[in-house]
Design a binder for this molecule. Structure first.
Ligand SMILES: Cc1cc2nc3c(=O)[nH]c(=O)nc-3n(C[C@H](O)[C@H](O)[C@H](O)COP(=O)(O)O)c2cc1C
Length: 387
């Protein structure tokens, strides 16, 4: 068993153990990858205070996100295709999240279906919705999430069209991978991945294939998804979906204070300040820099979460101290999954939990609920003076 001390260790194992096209799919941003890089780099600009001679016994990280109890303010972000990073990946990750007491968000573009994940877990998970043009399919998808007792609908707003990731085009990304001389040569070095994949039936987009007329094979699916994302999505449509769902709603992909105000107006339980991990608008501001102006715009009336760029418990602490109520990790849990399956996702959560706990203790706090701006040092002009 390798000694895993940080998220980067899992990333390296993921790289070694997973077919290149899936590791690259995870480890890339759109176009020049500027926003992808800045998401992580900008977190480092915020320094943590160190206080001494403060009783640090009896610490707790337990809190609430959208009123639901969480063991720490860290959820697993929705990530598409994770059943290709490791066989049955979504089920494995959902189980690890359940054991750790944190929310798991299942992507619309998952390999394991909503029903599959519900069947293999005992606690409700969150479902992430991409809005599609096919209204009939959209309604049925929402109903399926309701039937599976999902406890929140996370509506992603920043992917009506797809940001281009060069590596995916060059690698010919597909699920399952098409067999070419290059993919065969790569797969020959990824035996465990291949054997596990042969043992599962789950190798197609489980929420789509078999649920949409005429979409049975993956080649047609690619065409279908490219045409199906609803470019006409607007606030009115979001309101309709919200009504249809009738439960807690989280709006994901807010980066601008004006949109945060509109999200508050439409009514939702939380927003996620996110640039999709730098995979959509390249050149957009990093999430952590976008956080403060958004918090100021919405005041105390709206719960604000954040993702994009979190790679450690210290980053979680930075985000919570800035004023976010909750955080999400995307790539860190996928690295864990690709590295070691369910045990790897568990390890990613343990690493982050341990780092968060100790970093919080060093700031002189014992309860995550009491973490605030006094725990950090934010450089002047951090959120930018933009014209
Ligand atoms: C490989 C990959 C696939 C993703 N797929 C989805 C998806 O299906 N739905 C969604 O809302 N966000 C998706 N995201 C974005 C994540 O939910 C999240 O916003 C992002 O990963 C956070 O950044 P981080 O990876 O730096 O933690 C994806 C991200 C990655 C890296």
């Amino acid at each position: 068993m390798p000694v895993i001390t940080c998220i980067d260790d899992l990333r390296e194992l993921h790289r070694r153990r997973t077919p290149k096209m899936f590791f690259d799919y995870c480890e890339s941003g759109s176009w020049t990858e500027q926003t992808f890089r800045e998401n992580t780099a900008d977190f480092q600009d915020i320094r943590l205070r160190q206080r001494v001679a403060v009783n640090m016994e009896g610490r707790t990280l337990a809190t609430r996100m959208i009123g639901q109890e969480v063991a720490m303010p860290v959820a697993l972000a929705p990530v598409g295709l994770t059943g290709m990073q490791r066989a049955d990946g979504e089920i494995k990750a959902a189980r690890a999240a359940e054991k750790a007491g944190v929310p798991f968000t299942l992507s619309t573009m998952s390999i394991c279906s909503i029903e599959d994940v519900a069947e293999h877990t005992t606690k409700p998970f969150w479902f992430q919705l991409y809005t599609m043009k096919d209204q009939d399919y959209l309604r049925r998808l929402i109903q399926r999430a309701k039937d599976a007792k999902c406890s929140a609908l996370v509506i992603t707003l920043d992917l009506q069209i797809l940001g281009q990731r060069h590596k995916d085009l060059k690698n010919g990304l597909s699920a399952p991978p098409r067999l070419t001389p290059a993919t065969i040569a790569d797969l020959m070095t990824k035996w465990t991945w291949g054997l596990e994949m042969l043992r599962t039936e789950r190798r197609k987009f489980g929420n789509i294939v078999g649920h949409v007329k005429g979409v049975e094979d993956t080649s047609r699916l690619g065409e279908w998804t490219a045409q199906q994302f609803d470019q006409k999505l607007d606030w009115k449509k979001i309101e309709e979906i919200k009504k249809l769902w009738g439960g807690p709603v989280i709006l994901k992909g807010i980066l601008d204070p004006e949109d945060a105000i509109l999200a508050r107006k439409v009514g939702c339980d939380a927003i996620v300040v996110s640039n999709h991990g730098g995979r959509q608008q390249d050149g957009a501001i990093s999430s952590i820099r976008a956080l403060d102006p958004i918090l100021q715009a919405v005041g105390d009336d709206l719960e604000v979460h954040i993702d994009s760029g979190i790679r450690s418990g210290q980053d979680v602490l930075r985000a919570i101290a800035m004023g976010a109520r909750g955080t999400y990790i995307g790539r860190p849990w996928v690295y864990g999954l690709g590295a070691m399956g369910e045990a790897g996702v568990t390890r990613a959560l343990e690493v982050i939990r341990n780092e968060l706990d100790i970093a919080m203790a060093f700031t002189g706090k014992r309860d995550i609920e009491n973490v605030d701006r006094s725990c950090i040092l934010v450089p002047a002009g951090f959120s930018g003076v933009w014209d």
